[in-house]
Ligand binder design. Structure first.
Ligand SMILES: C[S@@+](CC[C@H](N)C(=O)[O-])C[C@H]1O[C@@H](n2cnc3c(N)ncnc32)[C@H](O)[C@@H]1O
Length: 285
């Protein structure tokens, strides 16, 4: 169901898989940086936060902080936690702007009720579905995670969790525990026709069910994803903090067009694009 051949969560606990060598890949592999940044962007879009207002966000399984960098770039403050100390060391090495700490989402989220305006998570949730010890019960861990997530979100806030479900039964198990914890919402599937580009975003609302945006679908993009080469470039040194951030420069025409397209997908009212969109204006006197 995930479209990925290899499922690392079946090979052992996340804190062993995400070791120093894996963390290095997140810091140096341009494709991994792009993928994390793009998915964080889409998760933020699906959060439907109020316009141009800095929010206090949680990143579950924040890893090296690439997803957090996106939140910073969009003007938000964030806190992240992760079960892998190697990934967190990399985040600290990169001097991310969010606060990060070691924690296991299956044991709940240690914050006061109503702390966060929203939550994102990138490719972490499926790890909760596998038991690595006899004492671990995936259903209980999922419920513990979702009920604490429900509590730490401000009423009406959303959580958007991108995940790679192994089967539709696993996705049902996850959504059942989220519903039991009090969430409403649904699953947005982007690029459903492409094995490689297909992505699942679990969108959870901590209030009454509201507007669920549509999944992205673009035949050309899906075909391009299928044909895209899988290799990626490695950089030899440590990637400076700013360079791992979004490639698109703020306030350029391309940036403005993308932001407007994002708002349209969220169902918001947006002025039509014209030849003047994103054009630099002279100084105002
Ligand atoms: C694909 S990585 C996310 C990378 C991250 N978005 C970044 O920018 O580097 C998934 C992360 O989920 C974390 N994870 C898996 N199971 C977890 C758990 N039970 N509690 C907390 N984090 C977990 C892993 O350690 C890993 O860092």
């Amino acid at each position: 169901m995930s479209g990925r051949g290899r499922r690392p969560e079946l090979g052992g606990p996340p804190e062993l898989f995400y070791d120093e060598s894996e963390a290095r890949k997140y810091m140096r592999n341009s494709r991994m940086i792009d993928v994390q940044t793009t998915m964080a962007g889409r998760a933020l879009e699906l959060l439907c936060l109020p316009e141009d207002q800095p929010c206090y966000l949680l990143d579950v399984g924040c890893g090296t902080g690439l997803s957090g960098d996106y939140l910073t770039d969009e003007g938000h403050c964030w806190v992240g936690f992760d079960i892998s100390s190697a990934m967190l060391d990399a985040a600290l090495d990169r001097e991310v702007e969010g606060d990060v700490f070691l924690g296991d989402m299956g044991q709940g989220i240690p914050f006061r009720p109503g702390t966060f305006d929203g939550c994102i998570s990138i490719s972490a949730l499926q790890w909760l579905c596998t038991a690595n010890k006899k004492s671990e019960n995936p259903v209980k861990r999922l419920y513990c995670f979702f009920s604490s997530l429900y509590s730490v979100l401000a009423r009406g806030a959303r959580a958007v969790l991108q995940l790679y479900p192994e089967t539709s039964e696993q996705l049902e198990l996850i959504t059942a525990q989220a519903t039991k914890a009090g969430f409403t919402g649904g699953v947005v599937v982007d690029y459903p026709n492409s094995a490689r580009a297909k992505k699942f975003y679990l969108c959870l609302f901590s209030g009454p069910s509201t507007f669920l945006p549509q999944g992205l679908s673009d035949t050309k993009a899906e075909e391009a994803a299928e044909e895209a080469p899988v290799e990626s470039s490695f950089v030899t040194g440590r990637v400076p903090f700013r360079m791992t951030r979004r490639w698109m420069v703020r306030n350029t025409r391309q940036w403005v067009l993308q932001k407007k397209a994002r708002r349209r997908r969220q169902g918001r009212e947006v002025r039509p694009d014209t030849q003047y969109t994103g054009r630099r204006r002279g100084p105002h006197f």
